[in-house]
Design a protein around this ligand. Structure first.
Ligand code: NI
Ligand code: MN
Length: 227
């Protein structure tokens, strides 16, 4: 399969059976490596939480392609009320879809949709990470999270081939905690994400990947990796 780091926390996964898109935030991300028009038909959109920098392009893509939106139950309900086709889950639960298995893992963060017009913050359940089993490979996308010691559990339960970890600091783990996380999840390859998009999360992704030795994998926005 082909895994493309689109930018921020957005990841495109193209398998034989389906095209999956995690946390679509492309339109307002000036550093994104692809535009929405560049994307193939998306069969499923997987969301880690409700913040705008993770869900921004969910509705336009899902309306264009008829994508299934997979998210924690409250966030799934939120998007079902926007007319999208959804599948709600909760942390610790997994489900085997046609394209492979998705399990939600815990994340330490918030999850809400900010409705600026009427100054409302709509809470959308717990934030999550994703463990995906696709074509015999395992991918872990941590979502937005702090370091937490149950990453050891995720690492011991899964033989992770490829992991995406936030390194931006301020809203999530910074590089030092992400380095500890990389050890605990014991993934073959770790790609840094969720940095440089905004001034407060400026980090050096190449330096971070380099600090992990063989485990580190730097992907520039738009760059793909064959898994
Ligand atoms: Ni967030
Ligand atoms: Mn975020």
């Amino acid at each position: 399969m082909r895994v493309t780091y689109v930018g921020h926390s957005t990841v495109l996964i193209e398998t034989v059976k389906a095209n999956l898109l995690i946390d679509p935030f492309i339109t307002s991300n000036s550093l994104a490596g692809l535009s929405i028009q560049d994307l193939p038909k998306i069969d499923a959109i997987l969301l880690t939480h409700g913040h705008g920098d993770h869900v921004e392009d969910t509705q336009p893509i899902a309306e264009r392609d008829g994508s299934l939106v997979i998210a924690i139950a409250e966030l799934a309900t939120y998007f079902s009320w926007k007319g999208l086709r959804t599948h709600g889950m909760s942390i610790g639960g997994g489900y085997t879809f046609d394209f492979g298995r998705v399990k939600l893992t815990q994340a330490f963060h918030g999850s809400s949709v900010t409705e600026t017009n009427n100054r409302q913050i709509v809470y959308t359940g717990m934030p999550a990470g994703l463990v995906l089993n696709l074509e015999g490979k395992t991918i872990y996308h941590a979502g937005d999270t702090a370091l937490f010691s149950d990453m050891k559990l995720i690492g011991s339960q899964n033989k992770i081939d490829l992991a995406f970890l936030p390194i931006g600091d301020n809203f999530t783990m910074g590089p030092e905690d992400a380095r500890i996380a990389a050890g605990w999840i014991n993934a073959k390859k770790v790609v840094p994400m969720h940095y440089n998009t905004f001034p407060v999360i400026k980090q050096d992704g190449q330096k971070f990947a380099g600090s992990l030795g063989n485990q580190g994998l730097y992907l520039a926005p738009g760059e793909a990796f064959e898994l």
